[in-house]
Design a protein around this ligand. Sequence first.
Ligand code: KG4
Ligand code: ZN
Length: 340
Amino acid sequence: MSSQNIYILGIESSCDDTAASVIHNARILSNVIANQKIHEEFGGVVPELASRAHQQNIVPVVHQALKKANITKEQLSAIAFTRGPGLMGSLLVGTSFAKSLAYGLNIPLIDVNHMQGHILAHFIDEDGFNKPPFPFIAMTISGGHTQIVKVDDYFKMTVIGETIDDAVGEAFDKSGKILGLGYPAGPEIDKRAKLGNPLAFKFTKPKVDGLNFSFSGLKTAVLYFIQKKTKENPQFIENHLNDICASIQYTIIGILVDKLKRASKQTGIKHIAIGGGVSANSGIRQALKDGEQKFGWTTYVPKFEYTTDNAAMIAIVGYLKFLDTNFAQQSIAASARLKI
Ligand code: KG4
Ligand code: ZN
């Protein structure tokens, strides 16, 4: 087979999205995601329900990804799947399916670390998007993770900072829940923040050493603040919602940017790449742009559909590993706490 004609099917099922994607060399042909609406009414992901929904969605999602890519499964060069980290019951569905399919088609199986996927999504060939040069700093910010990683090569990565409690997306979502917003609240907080005053209310930033993060204190601070204010004025949230959202977002972005500045200073690296659902946030995007002016950074934000949980990022890692003939054994098992 010519190295120019590699087709990989990527499968992602680490949390609450069932996703499949076909990549041809480094170019995405299809990127299908079945979101699980069921969790909205619970205000968060219910693991037991997530794995059941994956079980229902996986075959139709893979079928659709192949159909959209306009290829048959016999044309596939390999199957790549998310091995971890994530929810065990969810990971098992994608892992078992990928193993069976690779076995049935008698093609290589490739295990992918979900966190590496978020970072290597920057290497998908996409018109109008530049790829970061090595070494660069990657910040992965989502509802499940908050990490700063020094990336020296595709598979030479070092976590130099991470959250010691909640992920940054949880800080948005849990604050939103206190304000009575729907789940996930991040996008609505972002929208309202644009209409509010970021300096209206002050929330203290956590003091965490080095490049680590902590977001659980902010959620508690928001809760106490709202309890106190609504006691004084039961309409407080309604009357000040945009200002509250702007102030919370301002605090969160401040925390992220402080750590990025530190990471850049400490490593001497000025190429900064972000990924994960929270990178959709307009505040963080603006802060990165400001960083280009203020600190001489070059910043990289992937196409939106490759920032949230997706299988295209699994497929690109599959492609890069395929080039290295770095394949998995059929005895491989999912790993909920897999490290980078
Ligand atoms: O990557 P993702 O789709 O799933 C994982 O959590 O892995 O990220 C979802 C998270 C949620 O917490 C959601 O509130 C947050 O990303 N989010 C945002 C925005 N869009 C999504 N947070 C702030 N501003 C946004 N515009
Ligand atoms: Zn993720």
